[in-house]
Design a protein around this ligand. Structure first.
Ligand SMILES: [Zn+2]
Length: 231
């Protein structure tokens, strides 16, 4: 068996390892760093804070209305209690009562506005929570599928590494050095085969004599400069 054949075999194994590793890295990234989930959590936290804020505003408005009711009751109790006889004082109390009632009405408007704002915020919060729950459920399912795929790929990688440990020692040392260099420079592919008279890696046409030569000695693709394996 020629040295380039051994090298080509090693390349095939390495390409499969690269492919498995690329997908494994991708899976790891998906599981660890889900931007969609981060965004949904941040949005929910935002909604919670707005919800708390509208709730506080509403409670304050309610307290103001209650306080105003008490003031009105007290004023009217004095007014109709029968203890105050002086017409001037009665008139003053009547004026005060009317003024308190007018202010009550504007406080009630504020309360109503606060209530509507809080209701709206509650709905937004609820839909944010539902969206997050749905996303989490989706991710649990997705992650279990990914974990399954991860397991299969790990096994596959282990098998390929064993295969590699058999293929590598068959390659002469100086070829292996070249191979490693080219792998780094050429996107993982150091040696290509001939496909319909062309370099299988870059597609460049190879002359008949070049192809002939590749069968007996080490040649390089004139275009991409990868080593050529001729079967
Ligand atoms: Zn090429």
């Amino acid at each position: 068996m020629s040295a380039t054949f051994q090298l080509y075999r090693l390349q095939q194994v390495d390409s499969q390892i690269d492919k498995a590793q690329k997908r494994l890295d991708e899976i790891q990234r998906i599981i660890e760093n889900n931007t969609e989930l981060k965004r949904a959590k941040a949005y929910l936290a935002n909604c919670e804070s707005s919800h708390q804020s509208t709730e506080k505003t509403l409670r304050q408005a309610e307290a103001e209305v209650k306080k105003q009711h008490v003031k009105i009751e007290q004023t009217e109790a004095m007014l109709y209690g029968g203890t105050i006889k002086n017409p001037k004082e009665i008139q003053d109390l009547q004026n005060k009562s009317e003024s308190l009632k007018r202010y009550l009405s504007s406080l009630q408007d504020v309360q109503l506005e606060a209530m509507l704002a809080h209701e709206e915020e509650s709905e937004t919060l609820q839909s944010a929570q539902s969206a997050l729950d749905a996303l989490k459920a989706k991710l649990i399912q997705q992650n279990s599928q990914l974990a399954g795929e991860q397991g299969v790929l790990d096994q596959e990688k282990e098998r390929l590494l064993k295969e590699r440990s058999i293929a590598q020692p068959a390659v002469p040392e100086e070829l292996l050095t070249k191979y490693d260099q080219l792998r780094k420079q050429k996107n993982g592919v150091a040696i290509s085969s001939i496909l319909d008279g062309s370099c299988s890696a870059c597609g460049a046409m190879l002359t008949q004599s070049h192809q002939q030569k590749a069968r007996s000695t080490l040649v390089y693709c004139p275009s991409c400069k990868r080593m050529i394996y001729a079967s």
